[in-house]
Design a protein around this ligand. Structure first.
Ligand code: UD1
Ligand code: UDP
Length: 359
C-alpha cells in the first residue's frame, strides 16, 4: 500500500452507505485509497447489493470473518487487519459507525500508531447494555480525527475530555447517499412489486434488546400484529431476528408480510412511500427524518436525538406501539420540518477535505 494511502474498513450493512460518499470524495481529491471488507456481513442482501447499487469499489481484500460472538468476531477482524497493516502500513485508517468491525479496526490501528478517523463520532445512547455504545466510546477515545454528524455529539466528546481540535462537525454521509439517490427511489415500482396498497407500514427489527430473547419476542410479535390490525405491514427481516420472531408466530397474521432484507434502493423506496415506519435501526431513524416519513422507534433510548428534535422520530415501547401507529396515522405527515444542520449531501466532501489536508 502506498505510504500516503487511506485504508477504509467496512463490514456491516450500515457501513456501506456511509463509506460510499467519503470514498468518492477522496477520489476527487486524488487521495490513494484501499477498502477492506471484514466480512462481518456476507449475505448478498446484507453486503454485495450495496456495492452494486452504490457503486462502491470492489474491496481490495475481504477478511471473511463471518458471524460469531462479540469476542471471536472482533478478534478475527483484529488479527486479519493487524497482519495487513503491518505489511502495508496506511497513512490513516477510516472506520464507520458503531459496529464490531469499526471497533476492531480502530484498536489495531491505534496500537500500531496509525492515525484513526471515526465517521459518526460522538453519538451516545448512554446505554451500556447496547454493544454499539461500548464500540462508540472506545472508537472515539482512540481516534485522531472525529467526524460528527450532529451538534450534540460535540458536547458528548467534550464532556469525555476529547480535545476539540480533533473533532469536526461535518454532517451525515449516510444522508449524502440518500440525497444522491433521490431520483433512483421508485415508490410506485416497489409498491407494485410487493402488491401493496396506497397506505402501508414498513418495519425493521434487529436489535438484540428486541429480538434476542424468546419471551420478549412473543410480546414484540403481539405488538406488531396489533399494528397489522390497522394497516398491512411489510417487514424486510434482518437475519438476526428471524428465528425468535418466527417461532413467536410472526407469520401468522394475514396482514404481516415478512420478506428478505431488501437492497438499498428498494428499501428506501419502500420507506419513502410508507405511511409509518416502525424500526429499531439507527440509520432508518435518520433516513425517515430526511424523507419526512413518520418513524416510531422501538427502543428505550436513541443515540440520535436529532431525529426527534428535528425529525419525525418518536420512541415507543411494545405496549405503546399500536396506539402510536394509530395516532400517527390520524395526524399524517407534517408539512414543515427543519432539517438537521449540515445534512445537505456534502458531508463526504467535508470529510475528504479534512483528511486530504492532514495527510
Ligand atoms: C450488526 C451490528 C449492529 C448493526 C447491524 C446492522 C455489531 C455489534 N452489531 O448487528 O450495530 O445495527 O449489524 O445490520 O457490530 N447474519 C446472517 N447473514 C449476514 C450477517 C449476519 O445470517 O450476512 C446473521 C448471523 O446469524 C449472525 C447474526 O445475523 O450471527 C448477527 O450478525 P452480527 O454481524 O453479529 O450482528 P448484527 O445483529 O447484524
Ligand atoms: N437497509 C436496506 N435494506 C433493508 C433494511 C435496511 O438497505 O432491508 C438500509 C437502510 O436504508 C440504511 C441501512 O440499511 O441505509 C441501515 O442499516 P441497519 O438498520 O442494518 O443498521 P443500523 O443503522 O441500525 O446500525
Amino acid at each position: 500500500m502506498p505510504a500516503d494511502a487511506v485504508l477504509h474498513v467496512a463490514g456491516a450493512r450500515p457501513n456501506f452507505p456511509k463509506a460510499a460518499p467519503v470514498i468518492r470524495a477522496l477520489d476527487r481529491h486524488g487521495v490513494r485509497q484501499r477498502l477492506v471488507h471484514t466480512g462481518q456481513h456476507y449475505d448478498d442482501r446484507m453486503s454485495e447489493v450495496f456495492f452494486r447499487q452504490l457503486r462502491l469499489p470492489e474491496p481490495d481484500l475481504n477478511l471473511g470473518v463471518g458471524s460469531g460472538s462479540h469476542a471471536s468476531q472482533t478478534a478475527a477482524v483484529m488479527t486479519g487487519l493487524e497482519e495487513l497493516m503491518i505489511a502495508d502500513r496506511p497513512a490513516l485508517t477510516v472506520v464507520y459507525g458503531d459496529v464490531n468491525s469499526a471497533l476492531a479496526a480502530a484498536l489495531v490501528a491505534a496500537k500500531l500508531g496509525i492515525p484513526v478517523a471515526h465517521v459518526e463520532a460522538g453519538l451516545r445512547s448512554f446505554d451500556r447494555s447496547m454493544p454499539e455504545e461500548i464500540n462508540r466510546v472506545v472508537v472515539d477515545h482512540v481516534s485522531d480525527l472525529l467526524f460528527a454528524t450532529s451538534p450534540e455529539a460535540l458536547a458528548h466528546l467534550e464532556t469525555e475530555g476529547i480535545a476539540a481540535e480533533k473533532v469536526h462537525l461535518v454532517g451525515n454521509p449516510m444522508i449524502d447517499t440518500l440525497l444522491a439517490n433521490l431520483d433512483r427511489f421508485d415508490v410506485a415500482g416497489i409498491r407494485a412489486a410487493l402488491a401493496l396498497p396506497e397506505r402501508y407500514v414498513v418495519a425493521t427489527l434487529h436489535r438484540p434488546g428486541n429480538v434476542d430473547d424468546a419471551a420478549d419476542a412473543v410480546d414484540l410479535v403481539k405488538a406488531m400484529h396489533s399494528v397489522a390490525d390497522h394497516l398491512p405491514v411489510v417487514l424486510p427481516l434482518h437475519p438476526r431476528g428471524r428465528r425468535h420472531l418466527e417461532n413467536a408466530g410472526l407469520l401468522s397474521h394475514r396482514a404481516m408480510r415478512v420478506i428478505e432484507p431488501l437492497g438499498y434502493l428498494e428499501f428506501v423506496s419502500l420507506v419513502r412511500g410508507a405511511a409509518v415506519v416502525v424500526t429499531d435501526s439507527g440509520g432508518v431513524q435518520e433516513e425517515t427524518t430526511m424523507l419526512g416519513v413518520p418513524c416510531l422507534t422501538l427502543r428505550p433510548n436513541t443515540e440520535r436525538p436529532i431525529t426527534i428534535t428535528h425529525g419525525t422520530n418518536r420512541l415507543v415501547t411494545r405496549s405503546t406501539l399500536a396506539e402510536a401507529v394509530a395516532s400517527t396515522l390520524a395526524t399524517g405527515r407534517l408539512a414543515v420540518r427543519a432539517t438537521p444542520p449540515l445534512w445537505d449531501g456534502a458531508a463526504g466532501e467535508r470529510i475528504a477535505r479534512i483528511i486530504a489536508a492532514t495527510l
